[in-house]
Design a protein around this ligand. Structure first.
Ligand SMILES: [Zn+2]
Length: 534
């Protein structure tokens, strides 16, 4: 038998039980048929075999992001204008320019939605005003949503179309910002007042959802990802099916369906496990407490910068029990966003009851984020077999703003990779993209170094090795989706997903991990990304 694909002359990090390093690998029909030396694979080389000479480069199993919102974020790019610092926005002038560009290609009178504006990242150190936005267009209604989503800025056309003037009173639970002298609207729209300005939320068309998902998954492949656990709903599931049917799906998807959609799944008899090695439904997702980046996770000790604030818990013990029981008794696997220690403790309380009431072998329920922990919680998670997936990049990416809110001591118990591994828990790591940055190498960098963007070490006791960080992004993530027999390590019989690096990820100075280039990404034995100048 001849192979379809051979990678040789490489440093192949297999992530098998012995952490063995091989030199070559052979692939047939999308599966690995040999892992070993160049000599071991030479008899598999036929006239039709594609042979890639790695020239000493390092290969790992394809990287897996175990929680994110890839396809919905991809679609959002088509319905809104990205205004984050990462997208190249540094001033109000940049915002005006980008909105004006969108106005040029948008019919007059149609909405333009700016997203992810962050005044702290602008050189102006303030939000744009109504008049700033008017300079981008007077013919299009424009709203700009700030990071976190609770505060918006609208232009004059938006107020005009909503029939809101300086004589309009503030609605209950909302507020329009006004000039203190003239009372004129200045653009700022708070909370429930937003619904008056933009009664309809932007939703992508089928075409936009498909195009957005397609580009996003290609971007994932370029970052070294071969599989993502995507948290999604109806329009994204359709987009993934569209991609699949057109033969354009770049990487594998594991679907955690949002809890609002599960009654629909029930109606048509769709259940977790439905799907195949490319696309599969894996769980029902619930959402409980606040965000780490917004410093609103539900914690038991108050935030240091707001001494009376314990975060936001969006559920009660009764409601939490009710909604989880409804899904769990039907056999669904549960994944719950429980970020702060108060939310995690509640999750443990509920699952303790449910697992007794509806005992299940190997349940693998998950805690998404599971950020702020302590030894007692770790012991409970272990006992209940709840699998944590933690933020990969945050100690680096958000570390500087987390420090004043959580403090050094608590950061020793956040993104607690070391403690979970030491407890024998198969922890995995994720991006939460678009809420967080996507590159898995930024995650590996952060987990290994635990140094903030500004260079400050935080929570150093939680550092792990590069090999361990790789496990979080490969075999452990595979385990989280019952994929450990197919994905996550390079062994005979497993699916042929590989990430090829431009530098040796195992020996490069660890502070350079974030800059290791991805040279090639292979899914199911096919190259889905290749760096142009590699
Ligand atoms: Zn999320």
């Amino acid at each position: 038998m001849f192979a379809d694909l051979i990678l040789k002359n490489g440093k192949i990090v297999t992530i098998d039980d012995k952490e063995s390093i091989a030199e070559a690998v052979a692939v047939k029909y999308g599966r690995i048929i040999e892992v070993g030396s160049n000599d071991d694979v030479k008899d598999y080389i036929g006239s039709d075999t594609k042979v890639i000479d790695l020239k000493g480069r390092t290969v790992t199993p394809g990287l897996i992001d175990s929680h994110c919102h890839m396809t919905s974020t991809g679609a959002r790019k088509y319905v809104s204008v990205e205004l984050s610092e990462e997208s190249g926005i540094h001033s109000i002038a940049d915002i005006q320019k980008r909105l004006a560009e969108r106005a040029k290609v948008t019919p007059k009178g149609e909405w333009i939605y700016g997203a992810n504006e962050d005044d702290s990242k602008l050189t102006d150190k303030r939000h744009p005003t109504r008049w700033d936005l008017d300079e981008a267009s007077l013919d299009h209604p424009i709203t700009v949503t700030t990071r976190g989503g609770h505060f918006h800025v609208a232009n004059s056309k938006a107020f005009e179309m909503a029939n809101v003037s300086k004589d309009t009173p503030d609605p209950a639970g909302g507020m329009f910002e006004r000039d203190p002298v003239t009372g004129e609207l200045t653009g700022g729209v708070h909370e429930k007042a937003t619904r008056i300005i933009t009664p309809v939320r932007p939703t992508p068309t089928r075409e936009q959802a498909y195009k957005g998902a397609k580009q996003q998954l290609l971007d994932c492949a370029a970052a070294g990802l071969t599989c993502v656990h995507d948290s999604i709903g109806q329009s994204q599931i359709r987009a993934i099916n569209d991609l699949r049917n057109k033969g354009e799906l770049a990487i594998r998807i594991r679907i955690d369906v949002g809890k609002d959609h599960w009654p629909d799944l029930e109606k048509v008899g769709l259940f977790q496990g439905f799907g195949d090695d490319w696309v599969r439904i894996t769980a029902i997702k619930f959402f409980w407490d606040g965000a780490i980046s917004a410093r609103t996770a539900a914690v038991t000790e108050p935030y240091l910068h707001r001494p009376d604030f314990y975060g936001v818990l969006g559920t009660t013990p009764e409601l939490a029990m009710e909604e989880l029981e409804e899904a769990y008794k039907e056999g669904y696997r549960i994944v719950t966003h429980a970020n702060g220690d108060a939310a995690i403790a509640l999750y443990c309380d509920v699952m303790e009851v449910l697992q007794k009431k509806y005992p299940r072998k190997d349940p693998r329920n998950r805690d998404i984020h599971c950020t702020v922990v302590n030894p007692k919680l770790i012991a409970r998670l272990k006992k209940l077999d709840i699998l944590p997936t933690i933020f990969g990049p945050y100690a680096y990416y958000h570390g500087d703003k987390l420090l004043p809110a959580f403090g050094e001591e608590r950061l020793e118990w956040m993104f607690a990779a070391r403690s979970f591994l030491d407890a024998g828990i198969k922890v995995s790591a994720h991006s939460d993209y678009g809420a967080g940055p996507m590159p898995p190498l930024m995650g590996i960098h952060a987990l290994v170094n635990r140094v903030t963007k500004a260079g400050k070490p935080i929570g150093q006791s939680q550092r792990i090795s590069v090999m361990e960080a790789l496990k979080l992004y490969t075999i452990n993530a595979a385990y989280h989706a019952f994929d450990e027999d197919k994905l996550g390590s390079l062994e005979v019989g497993k699916l042929a997903d590989f990430t090829v690096y431009g530098k040796d990820i195992l020996t490069v100075p660890t502070m350079e991990l974030i800059d290791v280039p991805i040279d090639m990404t292979i899914v199911d034995g096919k190259i889905v990304y290749e760096r142009a100048d590699a």
